[in-house]
Design a protein around this ligand. Structure first.
Ligand code: AMP
Length: 282
């Protein structure tokens, strides 16, 4: 695997593939890689001739400075993992390469109501920062395919919107959530859970799964009440939200008939780590 820190060198290399009509798959990450990230690269390898991963902890998507500064950095281990699955290229840019004029939000993206709900409700500016950095990375890599995890479902819709708004010729591929054996969705944050918190963490997945299994027997309101109570019954868990949404646009649904495809999303605080997960109900 070749590692590029400069935009020019990466583009020069990718140009030779493009000239040979080879398709490029791109997997952007913040690093601290786990099997969830690696699954995206595996999906990319199945679809694309050449796979580029990036590791860049983007300051403009962090509303909390200490969260940004304390974001886990495991670069040596990340490189070894990427090499082990034969990722072709790693783009590891400096701040200046991505933000020549400094890390500030310079553009307002039309993300509509998606921006301020669920994960956006408590993180002002977060999705503008995500849209901006992915826009910049797409301009640099110019991939045919962009691989994103369902784990961050709202982010997938936000990036899809940005790609349409900016008329970028890249196809978004959403990849399934990779889980631990007990169902806990893999996340860089899981390593910060105490042993006691780790033990109860799969409760989020189990609760969402029960919603999917039983949805035909209950109203949306009944299921939401049950899910909140079930999670809050665990002393270490504090529910942030449980939301039943139209999978196409994340609008809240009140009746199963309101959406052709529905999704349940959940966020919990767990001693004090915040975890998210979601399941497509139908
Ligand atoms: P991050 O480094 O957290 O920005 O994640 C980079 C990409 O990996 C995003 O598209 C995430 O949705 C995806 N991802 C993170 N965790 C998982 C997981 N458990 N399964 C599948 N994809 C994941």
């Amino acid at each position: 695997m070749d590692i590029f820190t400069s935009v020019d060198k990466l583009q020069e290399q990718l140009k030779s593939h493009k000239n040979n009509d080879q398709s490029i798959g791109f997997v952007p990450t913040l690093g601290a890689l786990h099997q969830g990230h690696l699954s995206l690269i595996q999906h990319a390898k199945e679809t694309s001739d050449v796979v580029v991963a990036s590791i860049f902890v983007n300051p403009t998507q962090f509303d909390d400075k200490s969260d940004f500064e304390n974001y886990p950095k495991t670069i040596e281990q990340d490189i070894a993992l990427l090499q082990s699955i034969h990722c072709d290229y790693l783009f590891l840019p400096t701040l200046d390469e991505v933000y020549p004029n400094g890390p500030i939000l310079t553009e307002k993206y039309a993300l509509d109501s998606l921006e301020n709900i669920l994960e956006g409700a408590t993180r002002p500016g977060h999705y503008q920062g995500v849209a901006q950095v992915v826009h910049r990375l797409l301009n640099i890599v110019q991939p045919n395919f962009l691989f994103l995890g369902q784990k961050d479902y709202q982010q997938v819709l936000i990036i899809r919107n940005m790609i349409i708004e900016k008329q970028i010729p890249t196809e978004v591929v959403m990849c399934p959530i990779v889980r631990e054996e007990d169902g806990l969705a893999m996340s860089s944050r899981n390593r910060r859970l105490s042993p006691q918190a780790r033990e109860v963490a799969p409760e989020l997945y189990k609760t969402l799964l029960s919603c999917k299994t039983n949805y035909k027997d209950f109203t949306v309101a009944e299921l939401k009440e049950w899910a909140m109570a079930n999670l809050n019954a665990e002393p270490l868990i504090q529910v942030d939200y449980i939301a039943f949404c139209n999978a196409d646009n994340l609008e809240i649904i009140h009746d199963w008939s309101e959406a052709k495809n529905a999704l349940v999303l959940g966020a919990i605080f767990l001693d004090p780590i915040r975890l998210i997960d979601n399941i497509i109900i139908y």
